[in-house]
Design a protein around this ligand. Structure first.
Ligand code: ADP
Ligand code: MG
Length: 240
C-alpha cells in the first residue's frame, strides 16, 4: 500500500519558491491500477519520484506498506526500492553495453537472487522477446526496448510498479502493446501499478484515474466528491 499524508514539494526558483505539489493526501491500496494524468508540469513525475524515494517531500509523510520512507537514509531507501519498487521510464534507461537478457539479470544479481538466469529467461518470454535475448538495445526497436525495461522492472518481484509515460516515445500500436503487457504483468504478479500517461484512452482503462493540475488532485475517479471544481465551490459558497 502507498500512503501520502499532506505531502508537498517546494523548490527554489530564482528568488522565489515554486510549489510543485500542494499538500497531497492519497491512499493506493495493494494491487490497484491507478493512472495519473494531467498537463505537462502538473507534478506527475515529481509524485512518482517521491513515491519511489528518489526525491524527498518538503513536508508531509509517505509510507510504503506501512513503513515511513520520509527521513530514511539513502542506503535504506535503495534497499527498499530494490525490494519493493520497479520503475519504467519514458526513455527506457537500458544499459547499452548489455544484451536484453543481461539488462534483466542485473537487478537480480545485485539483489543476489537465486535462479537469476532462469527467471530472466522467463521474464523475457513473458514480454515475448526470447528471440531477442542476445541483442543489444541499439539492435531493438523502441517497443522492444520498453518491453525489456518492463521485464527488468519485474525482476525482483516488486510489489509496486511505477511507470512514467512508458508509451510516450512509442507509436500508438507499440504503445498499446507495451500498455497491455504492463497490465498483464500487473495481474500476473499482483503488483500495484501507478501509470503516468498523456493518453486518456489508456488512462481510462485503469481501476482508478487521478487527475493532477498545478500540483493538486483535481479529480479522482474513486472520490466523486472531488469532481467538478465549480460544483465544489458552489457547495462551499452555499455553506457560508
Ligand atoms: P510533469 O511530470 O507533470 O510534467 P513534473 O513533476 O516534472 O511535471 O514538474 C512539475 C513542475 O515542477 C514543472 O513546472 C517543473 O519545471 C518543476 N520542477 C520539477 N522538478 C524541479 C526541480 N528540481 N527544480 C525546479 N523545478 C522543478
Ligand atoms: Mg513528467
Amino acid at each position: 500500500m502507498i500512503e501520502l499524508f499532506k505531502v508537498s514539494k517546494t523548490v527554489p526558483s530564482g528568488d522565489e519558491k515554486l510549489t510543485i505539489l500542494h499538500s497531497l493526501d492519497m491512499i493506493i491500496p495493494d494491487g490497484q491500477f491507478v493512472s495519473v494524468v494531467g498537463p505537462s508540469g502538473s507534478g506527475k513525475s515529481t509524485l512518482l519520484g517521491l513515491i519511489a524515494g528518489l526525491d524527498a517531500p518538503t513536508s508531509g509523510e509517505i509510507r510504503i506498506d506501512g513503513q515511513a520512507i520520509t527521513g530514511m537514509d539513502e542506503d535504506a531507501l535503495a534497499q527498499l526500492r530494490g525490494e519493493k519498487i520497479g520503475f519504467v521510464f519514458q526513455s527506457f534507461h537500458l544499459i547499452p553495453s548489455l544484451t536484453a537478457l543481461e539488462n534483466i539479470l542485473v537487478p537480480m544479481e545485485i539483489a543476489g537472487a537465486r535462479d537469476a538466469l532462469a527467471r530472466a529467461e522467463d521474464l523475457l518470454a513473458d514480454v515475448d522477446l526470447t528471440a531477442r535475448a542476445h541483442h543489444y538495445p541499439s539492435q531493438l526497436s523502441g517497443g522492444e526496448r520498453q518491453r525489456v525495461a518492463i521485464a527488468r522492472a519485474f525482476a525482483n518481484q516488486p510489489s509496486i510498479l511505477l511507470a512514467d509515460e512508458p508509451t510516450g516515445n512509442l507509436d500508438s500500436g507499440n504503445g498499446r502493446h507495451v500498455f497491455d503487457l504492463m497490465v498483464e504483468m500487473n495481474h500476473k504478479h499482483k503488483t500495484t501499478l501507478v501509470l503516468v500517461t498523456h493518453d486518456h484512452e489508456l488512462a481510462a482503462l485503469a481501476d482508478r484515474q487521478i487527475h493532477l493540475r498545478d500540483g493538486r488532485v483535481i479529480k479522482d475517479s474513486l472520490e466523486p466528491s472531488l469532481d467538478q471544481e465549480t460544483e465544489g465551490e458552489a457547495v462551499e459558497a452555499s455553506r457560508q
